[in-house]
Write a new protein. Structure first.
Length: 245
């Protein structure tokens, strides 16, 4: 299994000399299996460069599997610029979560960002054979690759992915913030007999359980790709609750 980072930024692409160390594109990671399986994690602006590189490798292109952590714009806005979408005969499978408050399919989300108000080519005009599938927590296999998903803590429905091949695993969290007690503050910690605990049960125990579950999901990964939006000083200073680590 080979892993290549085509974009690691959040929010907006920021090319230029100030971003040379990590690059300026938003999130896109290529995972290539030993049998040539093509897995792409997130479709940020790095997807454009990856698409052009795939074409240079020759046609026909392999089956392309794009796994979306969540549908916030910086994780999907490279898709309209993904060159394989315009190549007849290419098969692309797009999978990811859909926000539970919306009555939209995953395809609807991609249709919306490419409607004519925003982009000159509609999703329906793309020449590739593109399929969309909404995901929850699940597991699946693509040849010898095993893929397991688990929800992460972000303001929109978001999945992390664990990919395993031949006993080696890599984990991509997507955007994730450690779970914490929403009712607790440094000034006024809640007692076990607090009204919030009476209403919602033992909140601290619930937080421990979901953080332990997330730790179990990433445990013993050979490669751990984790959201690192803030420094330790920035995070507690007003960034808590934004859904980033």
């Amino acid at each position: 299994m080979k892993v290549k980072f085509w974009g690691v930024r959040g929010s907006i692409s920021v090319p230029g000399p100030a971003t040379v160390r990590y690059g300026g594109n938003t999130t896109c990671i290529e995972v290539k299996g030993r049998q040539g399986e093509c897995i792409i994690l997130d479709a940020g602006t790095g997807l454009r460069c990856l698409g052009m590189d795939l074409l240079k490798r020759g046609v026909p292109l392999p089956l392309i599997n794009i796994f979306i952590s969540h549908t916030h714009y910086d994780h999907i806005h490279g898709f309209p610029f993904f060159a394989p979408c315009y190549i007849p005969g290419t098969v692309i499978q797009v999978k990811g979560p859909v926000h539970y408050l919306e009555k939209r399919s995953l395809k609807d989300v991609f249709d919306i960002q490419m409607q004519y108000d925003f982009f000159p080519v509609s999703n329906q005009q793309l020449a590739a054979d593109i399929h969309y599938e909404a995901l929850n927590e699940t597991s699946m296999e693509i040849n010898h690759l095993r893929i397991k998903t688990q929800f992460s803590n972000h303001p929109v429905r978001c999945l992390g992915y664990r990919i395993t091949e031949n006993g080696r695993s890599m984990v991509f969290t997507g955007d994730h913030e450690p779970y914490y007690n929403l009712f607790d503050t440094e000034d006024a910690p809640r007692s076990p007999e607090s009204e919030d605990n009476l209403l919602f049960g033992d909140v601290e125990a619930t937080v421990r359980d979901v953080n332990r579950r997330f730790a179990d999901f990433v445990r013993d990964a050979d490669l751990f790709v984790v959201d690192c939006q803030y420094t330790p000083d920035e995070y507690p200073a007003g960034k808590r609750g934004w859904g980033h680590s």
